[in-house]
Design a binder for this molecule. Structure first.
Ligand SMILES: Nc1ncnc2c1ncn2[C@@H]1O[C@H](COP(=O)(O)OP(=O)(O)OP(=O)(O)O)[C@@H](O)[C@H]1O
Length: 321
């Protein structure tokens, strides 16, 4: 677990990070979002002591980080950055093996780990093991960067705009793969991005920063439902907010039970998102859909009228900060 209590960072007189408190539970995925210069990267770099904090305390598993040896600490924490930071004259295998070598693992254990990580990150071993960074596409280099960060199996992963330089399709694909990896590995992740859609897709805890301060934090759905102020609302896409929220909920969470007769509406699997349900209603000119399970057996009904009623009653719910 990572805890920041009233942490600030001053560069000369300028406050880059101003009195922030934040808790990232073990195994959770926290995204720091905000406009350029709001202090996201500085926050991340204070966690692995690349930058010392000026005030407050930062704890890792309950221990203040200044009590931990910075080199040992960094080996316990995987770090992925936008420019990958791969060594240009080292092969893919050697780059991935960086930390295990520093930790003096036996050669066979390192080789096995490199092979395992390349498979995990979708890099065919024979094709990539001997390649050098300049022979890789941006997406492949970023996969190597993630493999390297995971090499010594750290509990914590810090990621600073890792997909920022990639084209939208490659970016989408790597986001999906990261979500899949996280579901399997349960790392404690702090992920910096200025792309709210990326944050909504990946995070279970969202932290919005502005001018060095945290303006709101909570689950993606909480922020979408109850943005604290117009700034958070505009970051969340203003008018698009409703659809983004619908993209995070499943049809089956909103269905009502079926009567004795199954109506002949279009069918939608219960695991589809509400956003897909709304899109289907528009496409098929209907206000109702029949919800089905994985075997196409009807299990409920989705009604536009009821969805609107639900969202009206949600409006009265208090805001979470
Ligand atoms: N080493 C440094 N010396 C002086 N000022 C710095 C230093 N590093 C960052 N800053 C300043 O601290 C503030 C926060 O920077 P930071 O890089 O953390 O923002 P960011 O939210 O990550 O921005 P971006 O999304 O553009 O990367 C900025 O005003 C920046 O100019």
């Amino acid at each position: 677990m990572i805890e920041l209590n009233k942490v600030s960072k001053r560069f000369n007189e300028a406050l880059a990070v101003n009195d922030i408190s934040l808790r990232v539970e073990k195994g959770s995925f926290c995204a720091l979002v905000g406009t350029s210069g709001c202090g996201k990267s500085t926050t991340l770099r204070m966690i692995n002591r690349l930058i010392p904090h000026s005030d407050g305390e930062i704890l890792i598993d309950g221990q203040p980080i200044e009590q931990l040896d910075p080199v040992k600490l960094r080996r316990r924490i995987g770090y992925v950055i936008q420019s990958t930071g791969l060594f240009p004259h080292w092969s893919v295998a050697r780059n991935i093996a960086l930390v295990p070598r520093l930790l003096k693992w036996p050669a066979e254990k390192i080789d096995a780990r490199v092979e395992e990580l390349m498979a995990l990150l979708g890099l065919p071993f024979d094709e990539f093991v001997g390649k050098y960074p300049h022979q890789l596409s941006g997406g492949q280099a970023q996969r190597v960067g993630v493999a390297r960060a995971l090499a010594a199996d750290p509990d914590i992963l810090l990621m600073d705009e890792p997909f920022g330089a990639l084209d939208p399709l490659t970016r989408d694909k790597l986001q999906e793969e990261l979500a899949r990896l996280q579901a399997r590995l349960h790392k404690t992740v702090v992920f910096v991005t200025h792309d709210m859609d990326e944050a909504l897709k990946l995070a279970d805890h969202l932290v919005v920063m502005r001018e060095g301060r945290i303006v709101q934090q909570g689950s993606p759905l909480t922020l979408l439902r109850h943005p604290a102020d117009p700034f958070v609302e505009s970051l969340l896409g203003g008018l698009e907010r409703g659809l983004k929220q619908a993209g995070l909920t499943r049809v089956k969470e909103h269905m009502t039970s079926l009567g004795p007769q199954v109506p002949a509406h279009s069918r939608i699997p219960g695991d589809f998102t509400l956003r897909q349900g709304l899109s289907m209603m528009l496409r098929d000119h209907t206000e109702r859909l029949t919800v089905v399970d994985a075997s196409d057996v009807p299990i409920g009904e989705l009604s536009l009228r009821r969805l609107i009623k639900e969202s009206q009653s949600e409006r009265g719910t208090p805001r979470a900060g």
